[in-house]
Design a protein around this ligand. Structure first.
Ligand code: FMN
Length: 474
């Protein structure tokens, strides 16, 4: 029998014969919902009452460390026996993972450190502080516009200061309906990737925990499911994350008019873990999927030695790619290696890479997979097929290569809803690192949604988790 994760994935799949805004004809998918209504557009971030204590974060000047070598994979999670973070480390980490970079002069909406389809950014970031020099222990909400923290709850039990990234599904479902839940996973994974990189560049240990007691962490951050729920933890230190026993946290205000999507609430709830025993069980189940020590990834000289600050500030989505451009094979190989890196932490390897290459030097067009010593061509493919799989979006047609992240072990998505959730995080984590690797290489890219029914023709895959087009700006 089909599991809820499988049902969710099938009912949120795009197909060639149906416009992406048209709902699948199934009563588990909302038939009455009208996406993209200007009058229901959700605000970009959560608000709190003015009277709560606030701390302005210091200017976020990071350590002068080259970022490209940190992109190599899960073997670079930070120093194993690190120091605890100080306020300056937190400032840098928050700015790099969720800070505001600029504002759209047209809409006034802001762009943030990591990408997000439709610029929706369906997440909030909280800090559960434990022994951070210059910051009272407690639960703090990150205000990205002011680059400041608001104290919203008393200290949690646990050892290590922890970032909690929550999902706010209405922000992405407003545009993508139920498929918005996939986006929540991608974007929270992207924030986690940036946070791990920023902490690593500061010389701090950082790991990603995808398994936790959902209700307990939800209480800790004052989230009210199904409007908001914790998605992932980034633990900034050794020992247990400081996420236990939270209570009396101010709930904050996500804005009026949020619509609910029963299928999203159901798939999230199906993946929720209750209590320490369920968390341990899930982790034990994932233990076999842990990546072994990865061979050090060779960083090409073209990646340069710019800091993470420069890469994050320089990162942007580019939709006008040159269809005649050819990228060096060393670049394509490094991007594939970066894309294959797993999240350092409890989830292990949940995705792998298929590269639809059309403009890679010394490489025949085709589908490539990673093999020892480089890339191995496994099938032929045509630009047309890649274009169709990328929803007929121009970057999919003009890219030198499109990176498809497919489920591991595959070929289908994980049937268990918690593993499915972690797979979406894993794909978003990898996609965000590709954005930064592409920036380091001075190439151009765009994250792309995909048409599930076209994956087989494009890259011979049954299912995919995420995709990104890479090339040269036109
Ligand atoms: C997972 C993901 C999927 C995306 N999908 C698309 C897409 O299908 N089409 C598109 O034009 N842009 C897509 N984007 C790019 C976003 O629209 C872009 O990140 C957002 O507008 C913010 O711009 P920035 O990346 O320059 O900060 C995607 C980005 C991400 C992270």
């Amino acid at each position: 029998m089909e599991t809820l994760a499988e049902t969710f994935h099938r009912l949120t799949a795009y197909a060639t014969d149906r416009h992406w805004l048209e709902p699948v004809d199934d009563d588990r998918v909302r038939q009455d919902f009208i996406p993209l209504l200007p009058e229901t557009r959700p605000p970009q971030s959560k608000e709190y009452p003015q009277h709560l204590p606030r701390v302005a974060l210091p200017a976020a000047a990071g350590a002068p460390v080259a970022a490209a070598p940190l992109l190599g994979g899960s073997d670079v999670a930070g120093t194993p026996a690190g120091r605890p973070p100080g306020l300056a480390d937190l400032s840098v980490t928050l700015a790099r993972c969720a800070g505001v970079k600029s504002r759209s002069p047209r809409s006034g909406e802001y762009y943030r450190a990591a990408g997000s389809a439709g610029n929706r950014h369906p997440y909030e970031v909280y800090v559960s502080a434990r022994g951070v020099g210059g910051l009272t222990d407690g639960v703090w909400h990150y205000d990205p516009r002011a680059h400041a923290l608001t104290l919203i709850g008393p200290p949690a039990a646990g050892d290590a200061t922890t970032l909690v990234v929550s999902g706010v599904p209405w922000r992405s479902c407003w545009r993508y309906s139920e498929r918005g839940y996939r986006h929540v996973g991608w974007d929270c994974g992207g924030v986690a990737a940036h946070a791990v990189l920023a902490a690593s560049a500061q010389g701090l240990p950082a790991r990603v925990e995808t398994a936790f007691d959902d209700a307990a962490v939800g209480r800790l951050i004052g989230a009210r499911a199904p409007e908001e729920f914790p998605m992932v933890l980034i633990v900034l230190g050794d020992g247990a994350p400081a996420v236990a026993g939270g209570e009396n946290t101010a709930p904050g205000d996500l804005g009026a008019g949020a619509e609910e999507f029963p299928l999203v609430a159901a798939v999230h709830e199906a993946g929720s873990l209750r209590g320490a025993a369920e968390v341990e069980d899930w982790r034990r189940g994932r233990a076999g999927g842990r990546p072994g020590a990865r061979a050090a990834v060779r960083v090409p000289d073209e990646a340069g030695d710019r800091t993470l600050e420069l890469l994050v500030n320089g990162r942007r989505t580019t939709r006008r790619l040159d269809g005649a451009a050819v990228v060096p094979q060393t670049a394509a190989r490094w991007i594939t290696d970066v894309a294959a890196g797993a999240m350092p932490g409890d989830a292990g390897t949940l995705h792998e890479v298929r590269l639809a290459a059309h403009g890679v030097a010394e490489s025949a067009p085709g589908v490539y997979c990673r093999a020892s010593g480089g890339l191995e061509r496994t099938a032929s493919t045509a630009r047309d097929a890649t274009y169709r799989a990328c929803l007929n979006q121009e970057p999919g047609r003009d890219a030198a290569a499109v990176v498809f992240l497919t489920p591991a072990p595959g070929p289908a998505i994980a049937p268990d809803a918690r593993t499915y959730r972690a797979s979406l995080l894993s794909a978003g984590f990898a996609l965000s690192r590709v954005y930064l690797a592409v920036t380091a290489l001075r190439l151009a890219c765009s994250g792309l949604t995909f048409v599930d029914s076209e994956l087989r023709a494009a890259v011979g895959a049954q299912d995919a988790l995420a995709a990104i087009a890479v090339g040269v700006e036109r």
